[in-house]
Design a protein around this ligand. Structure first.
Ligand code: F6R
Length: 364
């Protein structure tokens, strides 16, 4: 049932504050500000590496997880697309654990990667949305996302719930490894707990984003740029746009622009820059200057401080509230989902059932 919504995708986008809140509550205690104890088949303090693999949007949640595990828990992460990982014959040390991320829990390549790791004798955790799915059953521990059933083929609420689990796990790992103090742990949990309330605010940008989408629907090619955790979000923005609107889109790390893609820049390819005012904001601004200097049109997704600090002429600027660093990827996922959604609506595509795609990819 779509309720008041035109599509399941729209409904699922709007469910995010609630399902993110449910998911976080499973892993962190909002009153004490600590992570909840987890029964894991490994000890984060004794690991020297985590291997993550997944497909599509789930893979991108893992890529953001890598930034968090490495930054907060000082734990190196190897991350791979499952269809590559399963054939890569990666050596896994005795001090590794493997994590698999899947909404459906049935994705063939992710399952094959899990079985490879099992064969190597590595403890296995699975971040899955469908309880009782094959990936959930075959793992040593299931780390559930509590997104509820996701009907739209394009993943939205499952993605932000995957991010919620990855963030909570990274804090958990950081606490176990002593790379954060108890006070820092509480601060991270408190910051993360802000996500549902802020998500409600971000969703109120829908009318403005719809207007931006109306313009975007006139273009054939779009480039997304971001740095740090905004780089996987740039990839996610491009994936979401291409799969439901069929507009050709690519995501790049902003710093890679001058290593090739800048040759594409002209007035016919808008560049969507995801850049909250964070520690590397200025670096991204210099990439925007490079785009502007070549006649490129910019759609900037930033916060109030970023909008104030950037002096570059943009086609549009989408301004989010200031958000804590650890909650930012969850919140910046929303405008890119809405942008893809409204653009597809203007294009008149079948948003919930895009051509050639299946919700669960059980063949390789
Ligand atoms: C994109 C999308 C896909 C899935 C991918 C993995 O919007 O939904 O890229 O993320 O097919 O599916 P799961 O998570 O079920 O393993």
């Amino acid at each position: 049932d779509k309720g008041n919504h035109r599509h399941f995708m729209e409904k699922e986008i709007h469910e995010q504050p609630e399902v993110i809140s449910h998911t976080l509550a499973h892993y962190v205690d909002f009153t004490t500000g600590r992570t909840k104890p987890l029964e894991l088949p490994f000890d984060f303090a004794k690991l020297d590496r985590i291997a993550i693999s997944a497909c599509g949007t789930a893979y991108l949640s893992g890529l953001i997880g890598k930034y968090w595990f490495e930054r907060y828990a000082r734990l190196p992460v190897d991350i791979d697309i499952a269809s590559e990982f399963r054939y890569r014959e990666m050596p896994l040390s005795k001090k590794s654990a493997a994590l698999f991320i899947s909404q459906s829990g049935e994705t063939a390549d992710t399952l094959a990667s899990l079985r490879y790791c099992k064969g190597e004798g590595v403890p296995i955790g699975a971040v899955v949305n469908v309880r009782g799915s094959t990936i959930a059953r075959e793992s040593d521990v299931t780390l559930p996302t509590l997104a509820g059933p996701e009907i739209g083929v394009a993943s939205t609420k499952a993605f932000t719930c995957q991010l919620s689990v990855m963030a909570a796990l990274a804090i958990h790992a950081a606490a176990a490894r002593g790379t954060v103090t108890e006070e820092e742990e509480r601060k991270l949990v408190k910051d993360l707990a802000e996500a549902p309330r802020l998500a409600n605010q971000v969703l109120r940008l829908d009318r403005q984003i719809e207007k931006v989408a109306r313009e975007l629907a006139h273009y054939k090619h779009v480039l997304y740029l971001g740095r740090d955790t905004n780089y996987p979000l740039a990839l996610e923005g491009a994936l979401k746009l291409k799969e439901i609107s069929y507009i050709h889109a690519e995501g790049y790390a902003a710093g890679e622009l001058k290593h090739g893609p800048i040759a594409l820049i002209d007035e016919n390819m808008p560049v969507i820059v995801i850049a909250p005012h964070d520690r590397i904001f200025e670096k991204t601004v210099s990439n925007m200057q490079e785009v502007a200097a070549r006649g490129g049109k910019i759609i900037l997704i930033t916060d109030e401080k970023g909008a104030e600090k950037s002096t570059i002429d943009t086609m549009d600027t989408i301004v989010l509230p200031q958000v804590p660093e650890i909650a930012a990827p969850i919140l910046y996922a929303l405008p890119i989902q809405m942008l893809a959604y409204y653009t597809a609506v203007f294009m008149g595509t079948d948003v919930d059932q895009p051509r050639n795609l299946a919700k669960s990819v059980t063949v390789e």
